[in-house]
Write a protein that binds this ligand. Structure first.
Ligand SMILES: [Zn+2]
Length: 339
């Protein structure tokens, strides 16, 4: 069916056209006016409205590159529905190369925000009002923190109807049914009844090619699932993404220098498997072993060799049937790299 002209943040957009709208962002202390560019692709045919946001944490750069590549796949003449992208939500953090806002608040703990609240609250409120609440579905792109590598994974709240199907369509080998965090965009979207996928891959302040490709493929898979673009070629194998109901960080039992036993990211581990040794920097005490406390897939890893006792080292997700997940990961890795 032919689409209608929409009004978006006060701008009229005709079907089969795209526009960039510059939303004013709250002023900082120097009274400099910032803008948040929003891209609206309004399809010729009717369909759902999907938003994709990146860099809510200002140093998570993979998300910008994922959105840049997704743009290259969108043809408004062929699109059914509307895609709204915000490559950089936390413009302040991007300048500062920081996860946080200039007032050191975490934007992803400030949703749904308020018009008269802090800088973070105002920005969160603007995003909810102008973008999130205008849409039917959402994808929020993240990476691990500085010095922490995440394998491609989704964090979802399966209690919001439509989320499970969307997450399965995105098709990462690891989907975490993660608890909602207070003030996160995921929580705010869930309260509005909007299915939202949080995609995590790679590390802050770096590009990671596998994680970028996995994000692009996942988003295109979701668009295809929502019938916004043509159906994408089916995978050649039969593995289905498996949902993990729990994950836990393995912490440093002692302080010291961490030497990983092997490359374990995205690999299965059994209970008792050696993950790393922690050496005494002054070479006086014996080294200590770090072992997997339960079986699972290593979905995140601290990269810095320095650790204080209690620091998070390895993030392990547990699954009911581990063998299927690790077979999927191997095929997925090849498909993402060679497609
Ligand atoms: Zn993040």
């Amino acid at each position: 069916m032919a689409n209608k002209t929409i009004s978006f943040a006060g701008t009229e957009i005709e079907p089969g056209t795209s526009q960039t709208i510059r939303l004013p962002a709250p002023n900082i202390n120097t009274q400099v006016q910032f803008e948040i560019p929003i891209h609206v692709f309004h399809g010729k045919k009717t369909g759902p409205k999907l938003f994709i946001v990146g860099t809510i944490h200002g140093d998570e750069l993979n998300s910008i590159e994922i959105i840049r590549r997704v743009h290259q796949h969108i043809s408004v003449k062929k699109l059914s529905g509307t895609i709204i992208t915000v490559p950089v939500v936390n413009v302040y953090g991007l300048i500062l190369q920081s996860r946080y806002m200039p007032d050191r608040r975490d934007l992803n703990r400030s949703f749904p925000g308020s018009k008269k609240g802090s800088l973070a609250a105002q920005l969160a409120h603007g995003l909810i009002k102008q973008v999130v609440s205008q849409c039917d579905y959402g994808i929020d792109l993240h990476t691990g923190a500085i010095g922490r590598l995440n394998m491609p994974q989704l964090r979802v709240n399966l209690s919001t109807p439509g989320t499970r199907e969307m997450a399965q369509a995105f098709n990462t080998p690891v989907i975490l049914n993660a608890k909602l965090r207070d003030g996160s965009l995921r929580q705010a979207a869930s309260e509005l009844g909007i299915p939202l996928l949080v995609y995590e891959g790679g590390e802050a302040l770096r590009y990671n090619e596998i994680c970028i490709r996995a994000g692009v493929h996942g988003i295109l898979n979701v668009m295809s699932h929502l019938k916004m673009i043509q159906t994408r070629k089916k995978r050649s194998h039969n593995h289905k993404p498996v949902i993990s109901q729990s994950s836990q960080w393995v912490r440093a039992p002692v302080s010291g220098l961490v030497q990983p036993s092997s490359d374990v990211i995205a690999k299965p581990v059994k209970k008792g498997d050696l993950l790393a040794h922690i050496h005494d920097p002054f070479l006086m005490n014996k080294s200590t072993e770090v072992v997997a406390p339960f079986a699972g897939i290593v979905i995140g890893q601290a990269l810095k060799p320095l650790a204080s006792q209690g620091d998070a080292l390895y993030h392990i997700a547990s699954f009911e049937k581990l063998a299927g997940v690790s077979a999927f990961i191997e095929e997925y890795r090849e498909e993402i790299m060679f497609r």
